[in-house]
Design a binder for this molecule. Structure first.
Ligand code: KG4
Ligand code: ZN
Length: 348
């Protein structure tokens, strides 16, 4: 079933508006990217230190049709060349999802072609099959984004089975909060990564939560609090001077602890799912070089085929939505036009 879109639905437009990227892309046969247009809103949210849902929704309304036009133009296609429209209809900011879902339905109705809603977190796993052949299945899947940190067993991209997830902050969210604490602004992840390059990861021994010997869930709130105390001082005690070197050491030590948590649970999951053939990963935090290095190391040590999407496909984009949409259409057929956006993931 994987990788076999139905005959007649070869060219799929994917729309993504779950958070602060307005994206449209056209993908052929569930994997070949013909075009991709991504309008980020970082400039609109920077002064607030995080994504403001109402501002995001309004910006999506203004940008969604220009993104579709740009994707069509780049692919050299007319709207009538499209065979189906896919949209990430969950999870995300509800007003933002509503814009993409409504646009997808309107376009599908106008063009009289099928419409399909897909889970954005699962779509991050599908970014691993863009412009390449499928890895050998089953795979262990890891999504690390601003909203999710989840491990899956992936027999089929259409129906990944959740093995573990964060019980509090997502790792991207923790990166963003620590970055803000260190005065790096928004979006924090990439800025924190750059600062970490100049720091010593062994200066602070930050804790990595262990929720139980066999548990595959994550928790990052204790780590975040430990960084907070090391940065601002423990209440009632003197405040340490935050010079550039200390900030860099804090960033490097935080990143190292976060990677220890990912490495440990990946190891546990691979022990439990010993028949997996490959490791497939996605989400914004997978753009981080140190995270990528750790994943490559684990893959090499265990003899697994590792699928590390290029940076552009780690961040939110429409191509991963179209790729998963083609597979969901093949497996289950189109969605009903009354499909509503949902704030949560199908299985977190
Ligand atoms: O997948 P994504 O684009 O959007 C969501 O679905 O959430 O992920 C965005 C998250 C943000 O928290 C951002 O700070 C983080 O990914 N991120 C990074 C890096 N690039 C993006 N975190 C760490 N290092 C990076 N290089
Ligand atoms: Zn995402």
């Amino acid at each position: 079933m994987n990788g076999t879109p139905p005959t007649g639905l070869r060219t799929v437009l994917g729309l993504e508006t779950s958070c602060d990227e307005t994206a449209a892309a056209i993908v052929r046969d569930g994997r070949t990217v013909l075009s991709s247009s991504v309008a980020t809103q970082h400039d609109l949210h920077e002064e607030f230190g995080g994504v403001v849902p109402e501002i995001a929704s309004r910006a999506h309304i203004e940008r969604i049709l220009p993104a579709v036009r740009s994707a069509l133009h780049e692919a050299g296609l007319a709207p009538t060349d499209l065979d189906a429209i896919a949209v990430g209809h969950r999870p995300g900011l509800i007003g933002a999802l509503l814009v993409g879902t409504s646009a997808a339905k309107g376009l599908a109705m106008g063009l009289r072609i099928p419409f399909v809603g897909v889970d954005h977190v699962h779509a991050h796993l599908a970014s691993g099959v863009l412009d390449r052949v499928d890895p050998p299945w089953p795979a262990l899947g890891l999504v690390v984004s601003g909203g999710h940190t989840s491990l899956y067993r992936v027999d089929d991209l259409v129906d990944p089975r959740l093995l573990g997830r964060t019980i509090d902050d997502a790792l991207g969210e923790a990166f963003d909060k620590v970055a803000s604490l260190l005065g790096l602004g928004h979006p924090g992840g990439p800025r924190l990564e750059s600062l970490a390059r100049t720091g010593d990861p062994e200066v602070f021994d930050f804790p990595v939560a262990n929720l139980g010997r066999d548990r595959l869930d994550f928790s990052f709130s204790g780590l975040k609090t430990a960084v907070r105390y090391a940065t601002l001082g423990v209440p009632g005690k003197s405040v340490p001077t935050l010079d550039d070197q200390r900030r860099a050491d804090l960033a490097a030590s935080f990143q190292a602890a976060a990677i220890r948590a990912l490495r440990r649970n990946l190891g546990r999951a691979l022990d439990a799912e010993s028949d997996v053939q490959s490791l497939i990963v996605g989400g914004g935090v997978i753009a981080n070089e140190a995270v990528r290095g750790m994943i490559e190391e684990i893959g090499a040590a265990r003899g697994l085929d590792v699928v590390l999407p290029p940076m552009t496909w780690c961040q939110d984009n429409g191509a991963m939505i179209a790729a998963l949409g083609a597979r969901v259409l093949a497996a289950r057929g189109p969605s009903d036009l009354d499909l509503a956006p949902v704030a949560t993931s199908r299985n977190h």
